[in-house]
Write a protein that binds this ligand. Structure first.
Ligand code: ATP
Length: 517
């Protein structure tokens, strides 16, 4: 299936099965804002649980926080967001569509990478077992030509970003003949900076009201609570503070479903370390976060690190974890070594001493920070993209059928168990309700008696339910049910008494956590 078609299918699947709806849909929607439906909210909560537990439960030295969205406006001055939280914006004069200049250039670089990957793929097929990828890349003229163009462009782009040279960004777009994907035109405006923060007024009287910002990241809530947590928790460096919460960015381009939203949720860890040790911890957290992603089992080859071309004003090292979405490798998580920039700056702006007395070194210092920052919504899209499968299945009578199945890791699935009486008669529904009433305390169960059993299985496949149990006439005689496994579609007969234990073991987060600890 073409990757664009796959993406369209994901979007409509999310809507049809109650995962994600456009916000304010009956009023024609609100751009880049989405609501999560009955299954979406469960999946989202499970993603957050996987992250939260992997941070706070598994690491003695990591504690949680829930800070307010509204904060003192000076915080955003101190953090540098008022002056520097900008994206370079460019408009196409023909289509009147707005783009991020850096993203247009990155997409062009991805095109060169694709061309190289295609050549390599073709050659790998042609040469079979004897294919030597490195040798091919080092000698094939088409690969070498594209690699040279890519390297040149990369270097030029990097320098333009480092120098904040907006005219050069435009010149690159012109020289690379980048056209608007909508109009095909190469008629562009100049590039200008655009601040992504939303502001609002706090206070009822116009004269006393002050401008405050909707936070564009959750991290600052952690920094300004550093002293509170360190003191009240008697935390010793190195230690971390984890937080999950909403963030808001007035994104220039918002055309990729929940990949880029104006209201979204972040899961951030700030890990406080002694000066000089930050790059070691940066490397450690890179590996740990990659393992967290790969433990979900979606294929190690679909992840990669991508180091930043331009370091943010606060960072001395930064990388992204990228996943291969239907529209290419894109960032899911950022890992940044933020130095002592934020704590140092809050110290300056607030006039409060923000220091740590290190009993081992017998000295006080401003801690350095390593941050891991991941978007819940982007992670949600990653999981849906990776789980969505269309399969042709052969039925008992030899005929074939199609099914759409979300192969979600069982711990993340919205519904863990579907309870299905074979028919609506003979006391089967009562028996099924009895089982459900027992299991609902521990598992998210769904009861369904409408339609044929085959149709009900399909509906559960489409929302990723890992297990379905069917209550039939034999159940009334010997208290057993059939349990059907989503991926293999195999069925076993098990005693009702052992159901709770069997399913709890399979859907527990413990399995995921064991892989990363
Ligand atoms: P991008 O380059 O895609 O704009 P970023 O580098 O600005 O992202 P960070 O500031 O590092 O992103 O934010 C950390 C994480 O928060 C990202 O990896 C992403 O998962 C998520 N995120 C950031 N912006 C958005 C958004 N507009 N919508 C959804 N998730 C977002």
């Amino acid at each position: 299936m073409a990757q664009e078609d796959l993406f369209k299918k994901l979007v409509s699947h999310c809507k049809e099965y109650g995962f994600v709806f456009p916000s304010s849909e009956i009023y024609d929607g609100l751009s880049a804002v989405y609501d999560y439906g009955q299954n979406g909210v469960e999946l989202k909560n499970n993603i957050k649980k996987y992250w939260w537990e992997s941070m706070v439960l598994l690491n003695e030295e990591v504690v949680g926080l829930d800070s307010a969205i509204f904060m003192h406006p000076t915080i955003w001055k101190a953090s540098g967001h008022v002056d520097a939280f900008n994206d370079p914006l460019i408009d196409n004069i023909e289509s009147k569509k707005r783009y991020r200049a850096d993203v247009l250039i990155e997409d062009k670089m991805a095109k060169y990478e694709d061309k190289i990957a295609k050549e390599v793929g073709k050659a790998a097929k042609r040469f079979g077992e004897s294919f030597d990828e490195k040798q091919f890349k080092d000698t094939n003229p088409r690969v070498l030509a594209n690699q040279e163009k890519l390297d040149k462009l990369h270097q030029r782009f990097k320098t333009a970003l480092e120098d904040n040279n907006l005219a050069e960004l435009k010149q690159i777009i012109l020289d690379e003949e980048i056209a608007c994907p909508i109009s095909g035109s190469r008629n562009w405006t100049d590039v200008r900076q655009f601040n992504l923060m939303f502001s609002t007024e706090m206070g009822s009287m116009a004269e006393s009201a002050s401008t405050i910002y909707l936070r564009p990241e959750t991290a600052q809530g952690i920094f300004v609570n550093y002293l509170n947590v360190q003191k009240s928790g008697r935390m010793k460096i190195p230690f971390g503070i984890a937080q999950i919460g909403k963030a808001f960015r007035n994104e220039i381009v918002a055309r990729q479903f929940i990949f880029r939203m104006r209201e979204f949720e972040q899961m951030e860890l700030q890990y406080f370390v002694s000066p000089g040790s930050e790059l070691d911890f940066f490397e450690q957290w890179k590996e740990r976060r990659m393992l967290w992603h790969k433990s979900l089992g979606f294929g190690d080859e679909n992840y990669r690190f991508h180091d930043h071309d331009k370091l943010a004003h606060y960072a001395n090292a930064a990388t992204d974890i990228e996943y291969k979405f239907p529209f290419g490798f894109k960032e899911v998580e950022g890992i940044h070594s933020r130095t002592d920039f934020d704590l140092g700056s809050h110290q300056k702006f607030s006039g409060k001493k923000i220091q740590y007395f290190d009993p081992e070194k017998n000295e006080s210092y401003t801690p350095f920070v390593v941050e891991t920052s991941i978007g819940v919504d982007r992670m949600f899209l990653q999981i849906i993209s990776a789980s969505y499968c269309e399969e042709t299945i052969t039925k008992d009578d030899g005929s074939t059928d199609q099914r759409v199945v979300l192969k979600l890791p069982p711990a993340l699935a919205p519904v863990k168990l579907a309870v299905l009486p074979l028919t609506k008669k003979d006391g089967l529904p009562d028996k099924a309700r009895g089982i459900m009433n027992e299991l609902k305390f521990d598992l998210n169960c769904q009861y369904e008696e409408k339609d044929s059993i085959g149709k009900r299985y399909r509906r559960q496949d489409a929302i990723g339910t890992p297990y379905c149990i069917t209550i039939d006439h034999q159940t009334l005689e010997d208290d057993t049910v059939t349990i059907r496994h989503r991926d293999s579609m195999k069925q076993d007969r098990v005693a009702i008494q052992s159901l709770r234990e069997i399913i709890l073991e399979k859907v527990s987060f413990r399995k995921l956590h064991e892989k990363i600890s």
